[in-house]
Design a protein around this ligand. Structure first.
Ligand code: SAM
Length: 637
């Protein structure tokens, strides 16, 4: 028999302790004959159903209280039908005032009772409750975890949670404990550890496409073990081949439980380790207890933490290759040493890995140390995380052989030019298209232009005016920049360079001819200016200096749909950076005064042709296929 104490019974029923005592006194609630402070749980439930049926007029308080609470339940992680149960269990733990560790321990026991792994029995002689275990693997685990919670009150909570499970059907393959744990973690805490667990369908495709029986598998930051459990469900998998590590003790316990539940007919101790994979495992030291993990795994699949708060100082010494301080990058480096040569690393990563400059360190590392098998966009798969997510499959190359990634060798030049951007690898079509742009002999704006940022006044209210005043002149913002021309300026300024926070040398603004381009933009918008106008910092300046190339030609081709398509394929950015513009190829065929492109541009500027004529010419020039042309015509810029 399981008992509630008075305080907990009061919380559970949504009444005061005095009311409970009164109910015991008046016989509404039957208490333990020798101890009126203990109430059999069955009595509580009996009373509850009397209240529900209207026999006794109480309880709604508690129901209302539950309804008013809001827990963040990971929708992508658990079916809708179970969200209510998750919420109910969290409410019970809240009412019992359990810390997350205690609440998870209690919930795990209730879940194991529900899964027929643990049975509770009453030891009447000692007036105690005993747990008996079906498997010693579970027993060892639970005893190890038990320290946190041992009071009667917690057994009452187990009973309350067990009651919540009654009549529910939680699918066996569901990481129910993981879902509860995630919901219990506060958002802040979660992002600090980077603990968004991966939706099961993503895990399934990653594992089923790569796992073979007999492979030794590792998830080096396994969370509650979904990648491991997914392997466990593959035909022929042996639990001895599955290994997981996590820095979070509760996650590691849940992963062990999940693995044991995935092999219901075996009794074993799962290979789940609780430690910091990045700092506690030294694969270069023969004295390290984990040294056997060096080059030991055929497959690693995981969703490593992103942007987790880490000790950068310590890590920079251990992982000099990683300059960004990004947590997933350390894992990419560490995993190489866990893998056998030819072993596979499969990762869920944020979109920023593809082309954001700060991650060029890890892209370069990947190109030198792994073969890229594939990169695929998965979309925004995490609730409340707006980032697009990519799956990246990498094969470990030979030790010490600083390989240039063979299959992408032809793109080496572009990698160097683009901060090792992976945009071109992400899809083969883009890859082929990019190749065509770089197939002709070309020059770029790198070392062939002067550049300037627009003015940062430091106090726009003070320095800018909406009307023209004496001594003032127009100043242009990004949104005033139109393809080929300046729109109307909406603001004016008195040019007092010494007063401004950031200002380029005046000659750059006053140049006889210059190009002005929008800085915050996902497309290229270039205007030609020969009036020496000023710009604010949302509009930057480029003064090309390429013999035989006039500025109108450069701005016309950069404004074209064709170049915008290339720009997106290479960078996919919302900021037009000088370093990106310096990559764009300007074919040397376009140099000189008598070229076809210039003839077309002249006609467009005169109004005899529209800008489509420029795109038609460019697409033919770069030998784009009908499909590529169609894509470009269809793009919205
Ligand atoms: C994004 S979660 C992914 C969990 C699991 N791999 C999955 O995909 O569902 C990241 C996990 O990494 C763990 N973690 C973070 N830093 C770690 C470290 N230095 N060593 C081991 N685990 C770490 C967190 O505790 C968390 O469980």
């Amino acid at each position: 028999m399981v008992y509630f104490d008075v305080r907990f019974a009061a919380k559970f029923m949504g009444v005061s302790s005095a009311t409970i005592r009164n109910w015991i006194k008046t016989g509404v609630l039957g208490a333990h004959p020798h101890n009126s402070g203990k109430i059999p749980i069955l009595e509580i439930y009996a009373l509850q159903s009397k209240i529900k049926s209207g026999e006794i007029d109480r309880l709604n308080q508690r129901a209302n209280k539950s309804a008013s609470k809001k827990t963040i339940t990971p929708n992508e992680y658990i079916p809708k039908e179970l969200v209510g149960l998750v919420q109910q269990i969290i409410d019970i733990c809240d009412d019992a005032e359990l810390p997350v560790s205690g609440a998870m321990f209690i919930t795990a026991i209730a879940y194991l009772i529900y899964s027929n792994e643990i049975a509770l029995s009453d030891n009447d002689a000692k007036n105690q409750i005993r747990m008996s275990f079906r498997r010693s693997g579970i027993k060892k685990l639970i005893l190890k975890w038990e320290d946190a919670c041992q009071s009667e009150k917690q057994y009452a909570t187990i009973a309350a949670i067990s009651q919540a499970f009654a009549g529910q059907s939680v699918p066996k393959e569901q990481d129910f404990l993981g879902a509860i744990y995630q919901a219990m973690l506060q958002e802040g805490n979660k992002s600090q550890k980077g603990s968004y667990f991966t939706p099961i369908n993503v895990v399934q495709t990653m594992i089923s496409s790569q796992y073979q029986p007999g492979m030794r598998f590792l998830d080096p930051c396994c969370g509650t073990g979904q990648f491991l459990v997914c392997c466990a469900r593959q035909k022929g998998c042996n639990y001895n081949d599955l290994y997981g590590i996590d820095i979070d003790q509760i996650s590691a316990y849940i992963a062990s439980i999940n693995l044991l539940l995935a092999f219901p007919d075996a009794d074993f101790e799962p290979n789940i380790y609780h430690c910091n994979t990045l700092t506690d495992i030294d694969l270069d030291s023969f004295l390290d207890e984990y040294i056997w993990m060096k080059n030991a795994f055929d497959l690693i699949a995981t969703n490593p933490p992103w942007g987790a708060a880490l000790n950068r100082q310590e890590l920079s010494k251990l992982y000099p290759e990683v300059q960004s301080g990004e947590s997933f990058s350390y894992f990419v480096v560490k995993c190489r040493d866990f893998l056998k040569e030819g072993g596979r690393l499969s990762l869920v990563l944020p979109e920023s890995i593809i082309n954001i400059k700060v991650h060029k360190d890890i892209r370069k590392y990947i190109l030198g140390n792994y073969q890229i098998a594939s990169i695929n966009e998965l979309g925004a798969i995490f609730t409340d995380v707006f980032t697009n997510v990519y799956r990246m499959d990498l094969t470990r190359t030979a030790t010490g052989k600083d390989t240039e990634n063979a299959s992408y060798a032809k793109l080496n030049k572009i990698f160097e030019l683009t901060n090792y951007s992976f945009m071109s690898i992400c899809n083969n079509e883009a890859n082929e298209l990019i190749d065509k742009f770089f197939a002709q002999e070309y020059i770029t704006l790198k070392d062939n232009a002067d550049w300037a940022l627009g003015i940062v006044t430091g106090n726009n209210q003070k320095y800018l005016s909406n009307t023209m005043k004496a001594g003032f002149e127009p100043i242009y913002r990004g949104k005033d920049i139109m393809p080929m021309r300046l729109g109307g300026a909406a603001q004016y300024i008195e040019f007092k360079p010494l007063s401004f926070q950031q200002v380029a040398p005046e000659w750059k603004y006053r140049a006889k001819e210059k190009l002005i381009y929008r800085f915050i933009s996902d497309k290229l918008v270039f205007a030609y200016d020969n009036q020496g106008v000023l710009t604010l910092n949302s509009a930057n300046i480029c003064i090309p200096n390429i013999a035989g190339m006039d500025m109108c030609t450069i701005s016309s081709i950069f404004n074209s749909k064709t170049y915008n398509h290339l720009f997106r394929a290479l960078f996919n950015t919302h900021k037009v950076l000088k370093s990106n513009l310096e990559v764009l190829p300007i074919p040397i065929d376009f140099l000189g005064s008598e070229t076809k492109i210039k003839e077309i541009i002249k006609a467009v500027l005169k109004g005899d042709e529209d800008t489509d004529a420029i795109d038609e010419y460019l697409m033919d020039y770069f030998k784009l296929s009908p499909k590529e042309k169609e894509m470009i015509w269809d793009m919205r810029i």
